[in-house]
Design a protein around this ligand. Structure first.
Ligand code: GCO
Ligand code: MN
Ligand code: MN
Length: 431
């Protein structure tokens, strides 16, 4: 079955549609003994159909045990190799980790070596790669008042030291993207820290770490992840735009970009699509964290597309139209009520929603009526565009003399209701 899938691309296309159903009926018929192999084979086939996209998950996402600030975990902890097995089953491309997701902060050297050996085997067995690594600079009490921006020079030095070691670890697994999420870099009261110093301290740490990466030949690209609050009352670099403004002031701006997250910008009440568009336009979209979030709520980390489908559609369309080829990282977790079978559904659902929206985006682009509307609303004027393209005294003079009647211009038709309704009908699956 799998061989046939591999050898005929037409069959592959047809089977892609039916793989989930086929998988379930095969499993039902084959019985419990054949289950692990069958599941794995179907996952490989699913992955072959997905290879256009690099779908990744963090150890901390599907491995999330369901703890929240008010309640204990609802799921037993899973070891990293078991998480890799789960990701193999759902056909993910890769797995990312914080240093301490893989190696507990107080592990001995021997324990660390054993963990690394077992995890390397698990990712190999499951055909996974590790595209991204990051540092836990928020969990331990030492970071209670920040890491790179702490008021204590020793804590700042420890945070940089911990990151260097975590970069070594990521590089050992082949990671090429290094994410910086400053979860504790902030305040509850501005009496506590000078916010200008905080920016200077953060820049200093990043400049140092860029040079470390260069000297070690890691080839890392750094991706900064903004968040406005949680766990701090106020986090510095609250939105993606804050990092886009910081990057040109760094020692190695070419190495640095952003890792925007849907939930974080929605927590700030912003249009995520526009934040990502800014990063794309500046060639700074190095990574992306996909999840979902109701506006005005606590940090929810919902399954991608599960809360704001229309935003998710325009996001996928943006990424696809601009041929974003980096990892699509689902930084979310399953509901606290789910068991691990249901966590798999969460993971499969994340992937499937992205793929379905990507098909819908292609439909939108191919829709004749939509294309006609786009032609109707966009009015090009080559002569005027030439004038405004770049400044010269002559162009300024000609522009001042141009006949631009505001009353005529105000009358151009913009049938956006029709355009939006057609978009909604594509999303709702009736077009
Ligand atoms: C959060 C963040 C984190 C980061 C992760 C990678 O809200 O907790 O999104 O999940 O993405 O620490 O740096
Ligand atoms: Mn988050
Ligand atoms: Mn994130």
């Amino acid at each position: 079955m799998i061989k046939r899938i591999g050898s005929r691309s037409r069959k592959l296309l047809i089977l892609t549609e039916f793989l989930p159903t086929l998988r379930d009926s095969f499993i039902a018929r084959a019985g419990a003994n054949a289950l692990p192999n069958l599941t794995r084979n179907f996952a490989m086939a699913e992955k072959a159909t997905q290879k256009k996209h690099k779908f990744t998950f963090g150890l901390w996402t599907v491995g999330n045990p369901g703890r929240d600030p008010f309640g204990e975990p609802t799921r037993a902890p899973l070891s990293p190799p078991k998480i890799a097995d789960m990701l193999g089953d759902v056909g993910a491309y890769g797995v990312n980790f914080h240093d301490n997701d893989l190696i507990p902060i107080d592990a001995t050297e021997q324990q660390a070596a054993d963990i690394k050996r077992d995890f390397k085997k698990a990712i190999k067995d499951n055909g996974l790669v590790v595209p991204m690594a990051t540092t836990n600079l928020f969990g331990d009490p030492v970071f209670k008042d920040g890491a790179f921006t702490s008021n204590n020079a020793k804590v700042r030095a420890y945070a940089i030291q911990k990151t260097m070691r975590a970069m070594d670890l990521g590089a050992e697994f082949g990671a090429k993207i290094y994410v910086f999420w400053g979860g504790r870099e902030g305040v509850e009261t501005d009496a506590a820290k000078n916010p200008v110093d905080a920016i200077k301290r953060f820049r200093e740490a990043i400049d140092f770490l860029c040079d470390y990466s260069i000297e070690q030949g890691f080839g890392y690209k750094f991706a900064f992840e903004a968040k406005p609050n949680e766990p701090r009352g106020h986090i510095y670099f609250a939105v993606t735009g804050s990092y886009l403004a910081l990057i040109p002031t760094l020692k190695h701006p070419e190495m640095c970009g952003v890792n925007p997250e849907v939930a974080h910008e929605h927590m700030a009440g912003l249009n995520f699509v526009h934040q990502v568009a800014a990063a794309i336009e500046m060639k700074k979209l190095f990574h992306i964290d996909l999840n979902d979030q109701e506006f005005g709520r606590y940090d929810q980390d919902f399954r991608f597309g599960s809360a704001n489908l229309k935003h998710a559609f325009f996001l996928v369309k943006l990424l696809e139209d601009h041929k974003y080829a980096g990892p699509l990282h689902f930084d979310a977790h399953a509901y606290r009520q789910s068991d691990y079978e249901d966590v798999k559904e969460f993971a499969r659902g994340s992937i499937r929603t992205y793929q379905l929206l990507s098909d819908k985006a292609a439909k939108w682009n191919a829709d004749k009526e939509i294309q006609a509307l786009l032609r109707e609303i966009n009015h090009e004027d080559n002569l005027l565009s030439k004038l405004t393209k770049s400044y010269s005294t002559g162009n300024a003079k000609k522009l001042l003399a141009a006949d631009l009647d505001r009353k005529v211009l105000a009358n151009y038709r913009l049938p956006y209701e029709r355009l939006d309704q057609l978009t909604m009908e594509i999303i709702m699956g009736v077009r």
